[in-house]
Design a protein. Sequence first.
Length: 131
Amino acid sequence: MIKRMMMALCIFVCTFTLVACSGQQTNEPLTLGVNAIITEIDKENKIITTKDSEEKGVLGNDCLVDCSKIPMIYCNYDTQNVVAITLDDLQVGDEIILTIRNSEIENLQKEDNNKTKIAVEQLQLGTQRIK
């Protein structure tokens, strides 16, 4: 009898937990990896200008990325080693992968000089360097 009561109590708790958790929605924003190419580097202000690496991209031809507060990494595709990099490691013409929130892409901001500014979560250097 005690075993049946314990089993019933266990089933009740499990069911209650599943029902209680099913109504919760996650507020985790969707992030996207966007391929881009560096067209300018302003080391003094820590800003890079990028353009889409594909014809139908979301960034356009003049998109500003503030690199002062974002993590920047390099992944060697052959060895799978990931290292932190700085703005000094980037070059005009480099291919990069920008991690951008979906909501940020929807709210692209135009600057006065017709350049687009976007907040980025992370920058990954895609151009492979021989080291």
